[in-house]
Design a protein. Sequence first.
Length: 283
Amino acid sequence: MTNDRILVTGGTGTLGRRVVPPLRAAGRPVRVLSRCERAADADGVTYVRGDLLGDRAETDARLAEALVGVDTVLHLAGGPKGDDEATRRLVAAAVRAGVRHLVYISVIGADKVPLGYFRAKREAEQVVVRSGLPYTVLRAAQFHDLAFGVVSKMAKLPLLPAPGGVRWQPVDVGEVADRLVGAALDGPAGRLPDLAGPAVYELAELARGYLAARGRSRKQLPVRVPGRIGRAYRAGANLAPEGAAHGRRTWEEFLAERLAGGAAGGVGGVGAAGAGGAVGAGS
């Protein structure tokens, strides 16, 4: 139905901001749940203030308000901690409200990388799958925006850390947004093919590219990531598996455009699958 209302959690974050306009362009009324205060509704988008990890009673009340008349939920809100609990609360409220489709953004390697962020994303996936709701789950690689934030901080150090075997396959946030919008409009599809960028880079290689684009250089400091985490990264557990889909926009294209725009600092919040450390970052 072209008039089905869609709720977007994290709709003011890096990913959410790219999802809302095309949903409106498709004629869908959109409601956004966000921790950010919004003065007024505009352009067919309404805002409900709510924190999925706040006081339980208040969260339940805000969710009940946000889900009135909603058929589809795009769950993009996330952060370094608590994605599993936030998803439990949202799913319980969505079941009570009779939601007909829940779309969830996860991270490649959720079941393979032994870090708390990845484990929480995996548990959140299972909450969605076990909910009884028709669902779509998309695992994505780290966004270019997140890679930019990490390497710009690395580049400020006197020596450039070079964690051996730590590779990323960053993907364009707009391409992830397009895939999610399509999923929301097409209906429940279960687990979609994972989505990663077109190329794999050593983390230090991403940082060197950033430095070169800014006309700078740093001596490298080789670092070995120990234990199970190091083994998982060296095995490529966070990289696109066989059968994954690949975006087209490269890190080099993103970097040239970002630096041409004068954005040489950090990166804003990642509404989908937020930040973490350079090794433990999400999508």
